[in-house]
Design a protein around this ligand. Structure first.
Ligand SMILES: NC(=O)CC[C@H](N)C(=O)O
Length: 358
């Protein structure tokens, strides 16, 4: 049988069954999602991470491209109690090491006790524990990936919904999920996807009604160019953000962010809207959070489990951001109206821009 070793920060090594060969290193995290493994595996926000599925059986409804969020798998490696043949073959074809038949409860308990941690993995016919430990030794922390945006962003601008006559959105692609673009295009927006390091002139060239900062992997403070775009445009252009986008907006407008102990990853994270008192279910995947929104932003929604900020609005600027994923892939769909609210910021601006001459 193929050997498989998982070395956790601190040196504890767990053995499992090898399902896709190779060596890998990354930050070890877990998701509690019981569906949506295709969406999770293709979510660019998992770049440089090793993803543990706490749900025991992954792959039971196959692998279909139409559910992908991007054109490749992003986690460096995958751990599960049981991976189906379909998923194991997909991981192997993409060169992503995978291990199953290990006690994922033990892995999740370790992460909950110690926090998201560095991890090294070795899977193959001749690998040893030492190979996994060597990977662990070379593993960087998430914040040390200082140019991670370059690994997940488009290189050149791309346009979607070119025939649409609604709002023009400049979407700064820090690792955008495809369904964010789809959600905007479905609402008649023309979406210009720009590289994560787009300049002020690149954004001006699009003349956007809305500047939208996407989700993406790693530490928000490593996206200085996107932070400066928000600073530059927020006085004149409505700004929206999802997940990393919320964190970047906070960094830009005088707030601060911090790393969480083990983050939120799953499809049933409860979020309370402070004004309406309504609770919605959300999909989440983040390891950083806004610590202090600063005086230009106000928290409008919080996570019911730990009170962390989930929704933020501008106090004196047109800004709406969400820490969760309103695009709802893999679901639930409780929060799709976020996209209507974002696009309405562009409408309001168009209306107020008309001179009142009578
Ligand atoms: N999904 C995301 O955009 C993740 C945001 C950020 N990289 C975090 O881990 O918090």
């Amino acid at each position: 049988m193929t050997e498989a070793y998982v070395a956790l920060e601190g040196g504890h090594v767990i053995e499992g069954r090898g399902r896709a060969p190779g060596t890998a290193r990354g930050e070890l995290v877990f998701t509690t999602a019981y569906t949506g493994y295709e969406e999770s595996l293709t979510d660019p926000s998992y770049e440089e991470q090793i993803l543990t599925f706490s749900y025991p059986l992954i792959g039971n409804y196959g692998v279909r491209e139409e559910r992908f969020e991007d054109d490749r798998i992003h986690p460096r490696a995958v751990l599960a109690k049981e991976l189906t043949e379909d998923v194991a073959e997909w991981l192997e074809a993409e060169g992503v090491p995978a291990v199953d038949h290990l006690d994922t409860r033990e892995v999740v308990t370790d992460i909950r006790d110690e926090g998201a941690m560095k991890c090294g993995i070795a899977v193959g016919d001749d690998v040893t524990e030492d190979d996994a430990l060597e990977q662990l030794e070379q593993c960087k922390g998430m914040s040390e990936h200082t140019d991670i945006g370059a690994q997940v962003s488009v290189d050149e601008p791309e346009v979607y919904g070119a025939d649409n006559d609604g709002e023009t959105v400049a979407l700064v692609d820090c690792g955008a999920k495809g369904s964010i673009v789809d959600s905007l295009v479905a609402r008649n927006a023309e979406v210009h996807v720009l590289p994560y390091d787009a300049s002020v002139a690149d954004v001006e060239a699009v003349s956007p009604d809305i500047l939208f900062i996407s989700n993406g992997p790693g530490d928000p403070t490593n996206y200085q160019q996107a932070i400066s775009l928000v600073e530059e445009f927020v006085a004149d252009t409505p700004v929206a953000g999802i997940c990393l986008g919320q964190q970047i907006v906070a960094e830009a407008l005088g707030g601060t962010t911090e790393k969480m102990t083990f983050g939120h990853r799953g499809v049933n994270q409860p979020v309370l809207d402070l004004e309406s008192g309504k609770v919605v279910m959300t999909t989440q995947n983040h390891g950083y959070t806004v610590a202090d929104p600063g005086e230009h932003l106000e928290i409008t929604q919080i996570n019911v489990n730990d009170d962390t900020p989930e929704g933020i609005d501008g106090v004196d600027y047109d800004v709406i951001t969400r820490q969760y994923h309103p695009e709802a892939n893999p679901g639930p769909e409780d929060t799709l109206d976020f996209f209507d609210d974002v696009l309405a910021m562009g409408d309001t601006r168009a209306t107020t821009a008309v001179p009142a001459d009578d």
